[in-house]
Design a protein around this ligand. Structure first.
Ligand SMILES: [Zn+2]
Ligand SMILES: [Zn+2]
Length: 307
């Protein structure tokens, strides 16, 4: 059993309304040993996207730590509560240096246990929004995204685990998926063949081939392995109905082949009910791929737990 969920959001994140204590209570009821809140800190979040999202994906670290300290003390005999953060890495040249400095300072100023590094925005847009995909095939959009992650893994050295490596497959727009399909198969499928273009995430479910991105993902994996940075298994892909946790099994196999061992496991829950989502099947799945341990960071040091 995976006994710690180390990627969680609360109402300190723009896209969550969940009270921390509800998630802690849920974790106790599930019998978890511990949990780590990793609320969103996306410095310089693009303003247009912030307007549409209803917030800029930052929080007040003082208030965050006060609440976590309170809960840690209140629940000290029942569950271990860890202090984390999900930092949004930016590769745009005008933002990179500022982001590196400000994240470093913030991480130095507070006693974090765990820092996730995720790429949420590039080209001054959050590719969750359709505009990012205008005129592009899914593969073009994903290539640019993996390139940004690669640059970020080269330039940012302060994070402990690389968050949801291929999660963008969830947000490929319908038009980009259709362009990809036409390029690959020429004729669009009949409605009767089970394709529903109105359905979201068609690309992720039906068209995503990790082998199309092997070169760039291999480079990313080599960078994090060389640096001793972990790779995150993010079960939100299962929650979104993609049929796989991020990153895809083929990428995980590559990580193992390259000598990668450090894995962290998180649900990326934004609601208490999604805590430890589909964790039950993860140990068997990872053991089959040859992994023996998953890791939990405490005071920024990885501790191994048997799968
Ligand atoms: Zn994220
Ligand atoms: Zn997250």
């Amino acid at each position: 059993m995976i006994e710690y969920d180390v990627h969680l959001h609360s109402d300190y994140s723009t896209d969550s309304e969940e009270k921390m204590e509800n998630t802690v209570e849920k974790a106790v009821s599930l019998g978890l040993k511990g949990l780590c809140f990793t609320d969103h800190m996306d410095l310089y979040f693009p303003q247009e996207c912030a307007k549409k999202s209803g917030g800029d994906f930052t929080f007040d670290p003082d208030a965050y730590f006060d609440e976590l300290e309170y809960l840690k003390s209140k629940y000290r005999n029942r569950i271990e509560i860890l202090f984390g953060i999900e930092t949004g890495l930016r590769n745009e040249s005008e933002l990179k240096d500022k982001c590196i400095d400000e994240y470093r300072r913030m991480i130095g100023d507070y006693p974090f246990d765990f820092v996730i590094g995720s790429t949420h925005c590039l080209e001054n847009i959050d590719p969750y929004w359709e505009e990012y995909w205008y005129g592009r095939t899914a593969e073009e959009g994903l290539d640019r995204y993996f390139d940004a992650i690669d640059q970020n893994c080269n330039d940012y050295d302060f994070f402990d685990s690389l968050g949801h490596l291929d999660y963008l497959v969830r947000y490929v727009s319908k038009d980009a998926a259709i362009r990809s399909f036409k390029e690959r198969f020429k004729d669009l499928p009949e409605e009767s063949s089970g394709f529903d273009w109105e359905e979201q995430r068609v690309y992720g479910r039906r068209l995503y081939r990790p082998s199309d991105f092997k070169e760039i993902t291999e480079q990313i994996l080599k960078r994090i392995i060389d640096r001793g940075t972990a790779l995150e298994i993010n079960t939100a892909g299962l929650k979104y109905g993609l049929g796989f946790a991020h990153p895809h099994e083929e990428i995980l196999k590559l990580y193992k082949e390259l000598g990668g061992e450090l894995l962290t496991v998180g649900s990326d829950a934004h609601m208490a009910e999604h805590l430890a989502y589909d964790f039950r099947d993860i140990p068997g799945y990872l053991k089959n791929l040859g992994f023996k341990y998953y890791f939990v960071y405490k005071r920024r040091k990885p501790e191994g737990y048997l799968l």
